[in-house]
Design a binder for this molecule. Structure first.
Ligand code: SF4
Ligand code: SF4
Length: 376
């Protein structure tokens, strides 16, 4: 375990990569913000990713996600996907997706499977194929290979190794993968935000191929897309029986910036918008929220504030609390302890949420499972 270089504490969990404990981040001593920016930039260098969002005033604006990059000729956007080629933005647009895919047997371990038609049969026969879990059917899982955030504890960080390379797949080719036993498509990653036009185009084509049967379309995202793309996605999710799954990383903006490199403001605004749009279909729930319980950083006070916010926009929005597994630049933190998870569950319920659960209990450890600091 690292010592916090601000307060000197060794008793509070501190990731070696950050070098600062949560209380010190929250009180934000001057200079901490630029130090954390340097930490994030350092993690991106070895992958050849832009260290910060490009801001060339004469560059082309990409507003697909919150970063609103201005990209000069030959330069990459922050996600490592969109590039200015001869004055045109290419990569991730509606005609070419940088992705990988696989079929996942239903019910999956999807973050929403405990409330969705595929996992529970809710909404049968309109939205589900059976009155219970849809055994014998599959989810087309689409992994978009880019992201708008830079999470130090990224659970799927390997996609960064392909940064800047093209693995183009057209929406039509993706839609053509849907077969008779495909009951849902789930976009995740990385994050779908930098490739929303592609995901929406593929969803429209796939639904056109299956006009008379169930094909739910879902997005799992950090919620940083431009609101116009959230509206399009929610319209498709509502019409198909699918849902939008938003991953809320932290409530305190300093903690959020430390963990992801960015503010949480767009994500919270989009979550509010999604809740408004979701009111059009009370069941199955069109909006599901999750939070990764990062030891030492996403503690009970974070979950309490996040849960209060969710309860203020919809107390019945399902909220899944997920166990953290040491990864990437947070590989010296322990797994989430059972005690931390149970406390988070209790405070989320006390905040007024009616549907909360611990998502992946099998990963939980004990509060003694601490690791020695290992720097990547
Ligand atoms: S999708 Fe986001 S990160 Fe990528 S180039 Fe556009 S604004 Fe930048
Ligand atoms: S992708 Fe959607 S429908 Fe399929 S299991 Fe996940 S939440 Fe359920």
């Amino acid at each position: 375990m690292a010592r916090c270089r601000v307060c000197g504490s060794r008793s509070l969990l501190t990731a070696a990569s950050l070098g600062v404990c949560a209380p010190c981040i929250r009180t934000a001593p001057s200079g901490l913000s630029s130090a954390l920016t340097r930490v994030h930039a350092g993690t991106r260098r070895s992958f050849g990713l832009p260290l910060t969002p490009p801001r060339d005033p004469s560059g082309i604006l990409c507003d697909l996600c919150v970063n609103e990059c201005r990209i000069s000729p030959g330069q990459l956007g922050y996600c490592g996907l969109r590039r200015n080629v001869d004055g045109r933005l290419v990569g991730g647009g509606p005609t070419q997706g940088n992705l990988s895919w696989y079929f996942d047997p239903l019910p999956t371990n999807c973050v929403a499977d405990w409330v969705c038609p595929a996992g529970t049969g809710v909404g049968y026969p309109k939205w589900a194929l059976r009155p219970g879990p849809e055994y014998g059917h599959t989810n087309l899982a689409v992994f978009y290979r880019a992201c708008s955030f830079n999470c130090l504890g990224c659970q799927n960080w390997h996609f960064r190794e392909a940064a800047g390379t093209e693995r183009a797949m057209t929406p039509a080719a993706l839609a053509a993968l849907v077969h008779a036993r495909t009951a849902c498509i789930c976009y995740f990653g990385g994050d779908p935000s930098p490739q929303m036009p592609h995901s929406v185009a593929a969803a429209v084509l796939a639904r056109r191929r299956t006009p008379d049967r169930i094909l739910r379309i879902c997005w799992e995202t950090n919620g940083t897309m431009h609101p116009r793309w959230l509206r399009k996605a929610m319209a498709i999710a509502l019409a198909s029986g699918g849902c939008i799954k938003v991953d809320l990383k932290a409530w305190d903006d300093g903690i959020h910036r430390a963990l992801t490199g960015f503010s949480n403001r767009r994500t919270l605004e989009n979550l509010r918008l999604a809740a408004e749009l979701a009111g059009a279909r009370p069941s199955p729930p069109p909006l599901v929220v999750s939070t990764l319980l990062v030891p030492g950083y996403v503690d009970a006070s974070e979950v309490r504030n996040l849960a209060r916010f969710i309860a203020s926009i919809g107390p019945d929005i399902p909220y899944s609390l997920l166990a953290f597994h040491p990864q990437f630049y947070l590989n010296d933190l322990p797994v989430t302890s059972r005690e931390q998870a149970e406390e988070a569950l209790a405070v989320a319920r006390a905040a007024g949420l009616t549907r909360v659960r611990i998502g992946n209990r099998h990963l939980l450890g004990t509060s003694c499972d601490r690791r020695d600091a290992v720097v990547v």
